[in-house]
Design a binder for this molecule. Structure first.
Ligand SMILES: C[S@@+](CC[C@H](N)C(=O)[O-])C[C@H]1O[C@@H](n2cnc3c(N)ncnc32)[C@H](O)[C@@H]1O
Length: 232
């Protein structure tokens, strides 16, 4: 009986997550109605999130790394924002990859963030910060982010476009592609990014995961992202 209840809950959560993605991509005003239930779902998952995804540890970052490999060689972001950071797994991964950057993990669920905050304190990482907030109304200054990252999280494109500075980049990565409940296909994400003023948009895959990367390129210092194998 308990297993059946858990199965139904899991299915309901997946459906909910897919609905949240639709609201986010459309920057829908109805997101306001879904915000509190979504926060509650992830608050509830927080104590077991890291255990739930631990068995997929090695695959989890393949798509993210695949995307970051398309950034121009030597490009060093100063300020990184991970939206929907959860327990901070991606935030720490980014901080390790760009050690000179300030890396901020933002999430709707303070229970999820709590794990990241604890780890940043334990590992004494002063350049890693966690902030509670909603991707639909980011508590972040306009044009202040060099690299925005969403790993298995809902993209509110209006706000992403507002905070990423010209010359900055956006990465959307989905660890298990369309099997991820919070997922958007490459062509759809690419269309939204172009509409929101991102250039050099590349959609690709790495391992089981998929990614889309786009760049806000200032006219005078245009460095195209480098397409290679595994991109469309
Ligand atoms: C599927 S989890 C992914 C967590 C983490 N990125 C990872 O890959 O382990 C999605 C996360 O997005 C967060 N989230 C959902 N809607 C959000 C919103 N509007 N603003 C900020 N975070 C949100 C949830 O609280 C949850 O932590």
């Amino acid at each position: 009986m308990n297993r059946l209840r858990e199965l139904v809950r899991g299915r309901t959560r997946r459906l909910w997550a897919r609905g949240v993605m639709q609201l986010a991509m459309r920057d829908s005003p109805f997101w306001r109605l879904a915000r509190t239930p979504t926060r509650r779902i992830f608050d509830g998952l927080a104590p077991r999130w890291d255990t739930m995804v631990a068995s997929q540890e090695q695959d989890w970052f393949q798509a993210l790394d695949g995307a970051l490999d398309h950034l121009p060689t030597g490009w060093q972001p100063v300020r990184i924002l991970e939206i929907g950071a959860g327990t901070g797994r991606g935030t720490f991964h980014l901080a390790a990859r760009f050690p000179s950057a300030i890396t901020i993990g933002l999430d709707l669920s303070t229970a999820m963030l709590h794990h990241g905050q604890e780890r940043a304190r334990e590992e004494q990482l002063p350049a890693v910060h966690f902030v509670a907030g909603d991707g639909a109304t980011l508590p972040i200054t306009t044009k202040s982010v060099d690299l925005a990252v969403l790993l298995n999280a809902p993209p509110f494109f209006d706000e992403i476009a507002r905070v990423v500075r010209p010359g900055g980049a956006i990465v959307l990565a989905f660890s298990h592609g369309s099997r991820q409940p919070m997922y958007v296909s490459g062509p759809t994400a690419a269309r939204h990014l172009r509409r929101h003023g991102f250039n050099d948009v590349i959609a690709g895959w790495a391992g089981e995961g998929t990614f889309v990367i786009g760049r806000r390129t200032p006219d005078r210092t245009r460095h195209a992202l480098t397409p290679s194998q595994g991109t469309t």
